[in-house]
Design a protein around this ligand. Structure first.
Ligand SMILES: [Zn+2]
Ligand SMILES: [Zn+2]
Ligand SMILES: [Zn+2]
Length: 309
């Protein structure tokens, strides 16, 4: 089988969705030894890594084991720091702010490509969500189609007759019980119908379709809001806190539909040592069953964020 044919997608008629096949990913680096981290800087006399510099601040490069690649999408790796033992929570505020500018630059460049309909910035953190490299990093996928979650959010806009995140933010602020943190740029809350026990959304106060529409101040405040949340997560159970972080923005199709920049966090932990598994109802019926109330999780999370602050 040629290398080219190892990437492909098939449309699942029964579910009405695309499934992507990237079978070379089976061979990707899996939890390498501490001194063979491919995301470290290449130090003099040390092993050659993915990053051919003796030190760096933030590095972006094409994923060596891509799920998408030109001319049908993109897959990039964003390394947050050359400090192997850092995390998004422990980055200096200036570095977290710089990361927002890197995200914005990648969004602009990938959005301009005709083969990319949706730019998705995300981070998988912790072995519980399948992380294969511990070094602090995130990823960016450029999808050659608008994926289902983005389509659901566009459908919510149509259902509510306007921007859904704007409407939901207004409701959350009026209610207030699930708001866990806020600054002048963003509001952080556990959503009314959270699927995960400690799910949280970091939402721009103003209607900003993407990172490109944010002021420099808003980018700084977004970074601050994200860091406040993940620092609270770290304190919540006094253990390293796994999550999936998903940055939702406007799709980048030729039609340029609207969107409202927000960042969703899906942590799999229900308690300090219990994971939520997607089982019968979630997988077979598509309905989440939660055994915690969003209001109670929000109270605990708010307390942890205040303590971290
Ligand atoms: Zn490393
Ligand atoms: Zn909006
Ligand atoms: Zn969203």
């Amino acid at each position: 089988m040629s290398e080219r044919s190892k990437i492909g997608r098939r449309f699942s008629e029964l579910r009405g969705e695309e499934v992507v096949y990237a079978i070379h990913r089976q061979e990707r680096t899996f939890l390498p030894a501490r001194d063979h981290c491919p995301l470290d800087a290449t130090r003099p006399g040390g092993p050659q890594t993915e990053i051919p510099f003796p030190s760096f601040e933030i590095a972006v490069f094409d994923n060596l084991f891509p799920s998408f690649r030109a001319p049908e999408g993109a897959a990039e790796v964003v390394v947050y720091t050359d400090d192997h033992d850092a995390s998004f929570a422990t980055l200096a505020p200036e570095r977290a702010e710089a990361l927002m500018w890197v995200w914005r630059h990648r969004y602009a460049e990938l959005a301009a490509r005709p083969d990319i309909d949706y730019v998705f910035i995300f981070e998988n953190r912790g072995v519980e969500v399948g992380v294969t490299l511990h070094h602090p990093h995130g990823q960016i996928y450029g999808y050659p189609f608008v994926p289902p979650v983005a389509q659901l959010e566009l459908a919510a806009d149509r259902r509510l007759g306007g921007c859904a995140p704007c409407a939901l933010l207004e409701r959350e602020l009026a209610d207030g019980e699930r708001v866990v943190h806020q600054n002048d740029g963003v509001v952080v809350y556990v959503p009314y119908a959270a699927r995960w026990a400690y799910e949280a959304h970091v939402v721009m106060r103003e209607h900003r379709p993407s990172l490109l529409d944010c002021t420099p101040d808003e980018l700084r405040l977004l970074a601050a809001g994200l860091q406040a949340l993940v620092r609270g997560y770290e304190l919540l159970f006094e253990r390293s806190f796994p999550y999936v972080m998903a940055v939702h923005q406007a799709p980048t199709t030729a039609a340029r539909p609207d969107g409202h920049l927000h960042v969703e966090f899906y942590p799999p932990l229900r308690t300090a040592d219990k994971l939520k598994y997607l089982a019968g109802s979630e997988q077979g019926a598509g309905t989440f069953i939660s055994d915690t109330l969003p209001e109670e999780s929000a109270a605990a999370l708010r307390e942890a964020i205040d303590r971290a602050g």
